[in-house]
Ligand binder design. Sequence first.
Ligand code: ME8
Length: 505
Amino acid sequence: MSRAFYVTTPIYYINGNPHIGHAYTTIVADVLARTARTKGDTFFLTGTDEHGQKVADAAGEAGVTPQEWCDRLVPKWQNLFALFNISYDDFIRTTEPRHERIVQRVFEHLREKGDVYRGVYEGWYCSNDETFWPESKLVEGRCPNPECRREVQWLSEDSWFFKLSKYNDRLLTYFKENPTWVRPRSAYNEMVAMLEEGLEDLSISRSKFDWGISIPGGGGVIYVWFDAILNYLTPVGWSEDEERFGRYWPPSVQLVGKEIARFHTILWPALLWALDLQAPKLVFAHGWITLDGQKIGKSLGNAADVFTLVETFSADAMRYFLLREGHFGSDFSYSETKIHQRYNDELGNDLGNLFRRTLSMLEKYRNGLVPQPGDSHFGERFSDLPKRIDTLIFNLQFRDALEATWELVTALNREIDEKKPWVLAKAENAVALDALLYDLCEGLRWLAILLAPFMPEKAREMWRQLGLETDIDDAWESSLVWGGLAAGTQTSVGDVLFARLELPG
Ligand code: ME8
């Protein structure tokens, strides 16, 4: 069993530019990784899926070779992830030799074992979804995926097959014995229904098409999904670094959009068992960000430019919005009006003003120096908050985690409204004013720590203005004891955290 925390995102097709949907899954993984890092060894993997017909077609349309196309597109994805402060530990590209070597090794190993065999594939193929479809699944002769519905091609070619059907019973038993290994429940149920219907062996090679990893010994290229799904093995040292592999395998959480749940919860564990490896501990198939009721996607071309959104709202506000808006697992719709509202209300008013008001009052009444603490009900009242938030994050309930954090934001705002520091100052009630200002500053220190995985830049800015010199990334549980802020700390009022934005008219 792995001793570390290993989290992955899907690797993204680079047949076009990244959009907010890709940012979403990657940000979620980042929140998990940042939280996990405060506890121990963590490995966070993302990357790009560069082979297959879809990418080759995009290159063809642009009039360049697939490799040139990939080399041109990858920096766009990496720039987006940098803009969002994604703290991945490795970015894998499936065209890298380190990955091609692993895929070929797996192929050879399974062929020797007899789980990969030669046959003829006859059936339909949707190149947009890079998926083989049996005749029975087509809808009016088209791709059955409701988001796609494109024309399918008839394929008839010599092919290598993976004996997926051999693992049907083991998969069903595994699902029954591990009812929470695939979440949410809707995805789990859908997969069980698919298994009950029965699995067919999977064609895993293409002979009439050459943008892929060569089959060892010749005979075409490896099917893009077989190639891509193995990316999770490559950077953790499978077959090459036993100690490293033992540390990270199996993955703790694999995040995917619900449309690719079946590759990750049926094909993937079967392949792993064929290699005598353990299945991931959890595959979470999240919902879609929609616009006007439709999934935002590259092929529909309905995505708002994510780079522009970051420019307008800041990376951290977008991270906050994406995790706060929907329940992770369900679809949620996106609109700039909704982002504006959350930005101005929750970030600007609730949090930003609280921060600014507190530091300004401290400046005015105490020259910016944190006073001595007094008697406080906060310590007891919020003693279980860090643990609760931690549990919610690892349970992938990000919206609830942010709501729980806002209990503290609300309580601090209420404290100002009720105790009225300006009245205490006027009455020269120094003891009460010190106690109040201390609680406000200490509460803000807590908030910076609790929000760091969600809004790393803003949390760091809060930390800086609060005059804290340690590294915020080292602060978590042990730092969350009420009273941890040292009296005498010199704070300094700096930039507004979330400058108010006017709604477009
Ligand atoms: O499927 N809402 O790549 P892909 C939420 N290469 N998430 C979304 C989204 C939306 N509207 N649109 C995309 C592939 N995503 C394969 C994966 S893995 C071995 C191979 C996110 O470029 C979501 O995570 O089509 C989804 O599963 C992924 O992007 C699909 O990216």
